[in-house]
Design a protein around this ligand. Sequence first.
Ligand code: SAM
Ligand code: SF4
Ligand code: SF4
Length: 380
Amino acid sequence: MAERVIPLVDQRALALVPPLPQGALAPASGLLTDRLQRPLRDLRISVTDRCNFRCSYCMPKEVFDAQYRYLPHSALLSFEEITRLAQLFLQHGVYKIRLTGGEPLLRKGLENLVAQLAGLQTLDGSAPDLTLTTNGALLARKAPALKAAGLQRITVSLDSLDDAIFRRMNDVDFPLAEVLAGIDAAQAAGLQRIKVNMVVKRGTNDHEIVRMARHFRGSGITLRFIEYMDVGATNGWRMDQVVPSAEVIARLQAELPLVPLAPQAAGETAKRWGWADAQGRHDPALGEIGVISSVTEAFCGACNRARLSMEGRLYLCLFANQGWDLRSLLRSTASDAQLSAAIAHIWQGRSDRYSELRASLPADTSGGQARRIEMSYIGG
Ligand code: SAM
Ligand code: SF4
Ligand code: SF4
């Protein structure tokens, strides 16, 4: 069946303006929970809406073309504004910050933002767990400066080890060798716990599951297989293109032994599997893989993630169609206490659990995928 790319309805215009809290304001305690008793622990910050790739599952060329209107620089949060908000989120119990995009390495001077964020403190006084997701195109050049600025770890997206397929999937003919060089540079620079994300799309790259696994097994890098998701409104997603994680694991186990591993932290998105030795026990030298089953096995019950767009809108779910305009507060006379109370108020009202509800929703209608914010706007 032919690919269907859906024209973009611009959801960026839809923003909710949070009321400015007044009076005596309760200070942040780290005990904040939403309506489903979920805490706030993970903040994903998208620093740009631009990208040098055109992955069809995220920014199809037909939509993100020369006419597409990206945000002007003045609309983007400055590094100082991002850092001010990040500090307030840390006081609410966030300990993990992921920089994303668009392609985050396209944001000029990103290492300066990394340095500012690395200097912040979580509630227990430690530095935040700071990471970044990149397509790797500029990583060979930027890895040393990012590491020097205080970045601890990194995730690189890589969907294929076949140069022709990789070029087709990024849709800008970008060579595989440069991304592999970026991963090598990240390792050489001393970035830890490096992960590689592979979005698996049936009929496009699913025949490379085992090859990718063999390539990264024993390399110190954790490969994670991501189910192709119905994010955004333009990728023409179809369920028959999703390869369920259970199938990924079955295909791998047919070739190489794997054992399930326990989660490391609450709210973890990936289920971990370790490569086993001849006795069937996890061999740490061979490392592990992860599967992210956002479509076939919802994990909303423990979802502790908030997403901040490059223009300062706060989204409570990857599949949200409206965000809260924190920039208007940042650029007003609001104090930190008022901003912090506004964040608390927004989180306390959260009841999003899209993946759990997906199966019961009507098939794509104007109330469904056609109205969602793009992945390239709020990051992964
Ligand atoms: N440009 C960077 C990159 O590609 O790593 C960061 C932003 S990208 C939106 C973040 C992650 O989302 C990437 O790992 C990408 O593969 C994933 N992603 C994008 N669209 C997706 C989709 N439809 N389904 C599953 N994952 C997707
Ligand atoms: Fe760009 Fe990342 Fe989206 Fe690919 S997945 S188009 S690299 S933002
Ligand atoms: Fe969290 Fe929304 Fe994903 Fe559920 S669908 S896990 S609430 S981001």
